[in-house]
Design a protein around this ligand. Structure first.
Ligand SMILES: [Zn+2]
Length: 99
């Protein structure tokens, strides 16, 4: 149990919401918490101390960044493809496009 930063009440672990919280959970010791007294919700640092595993954490962050970048590019490619096919529904997709 972690004290609520707003009222000092009991902040309990809350379910992660969205990609950002999931990513934060993956690369940091921060976890989503919710206060039972005032309803505050946010990310709070975990109880376990960090420092010794610093190089490992850096690697984890690097992997997370790479995964996110690949995901973003994959998403962008998908969006680009969708827009392209919406613009030219009858046109065949060719790899060589003159721009
Ligand atoms: Zn509170």
């Amino acid at each position: 149990m972690i004290p609520c930063p707003k009222c000092g009440g009991e902040a309990h672990r809350s379910h992660t919401r969205g990609v950002l919280e999931r990513l934060t959970k993956a690369v940091t010791t921060y976890r989503a918490h919710r206060c039972l007294d005032c309803g505050w919700r946010g990310l709070l640092g975990a109880e376990k101390p960090i420092g010794r595993n610093a190089p490992r954490r850096k690697l984890t962050i690097l992997i997370a960044v790479i995964i996110t970048t690949v995901l973003v590019f994959a998403l962008m490619g998908l969006i680009d493809y969708t827009i392209d096919s919406a613009k030219n529904p009858r046109k065949k997709h060719s790899t060589a496009q003159s721009n």
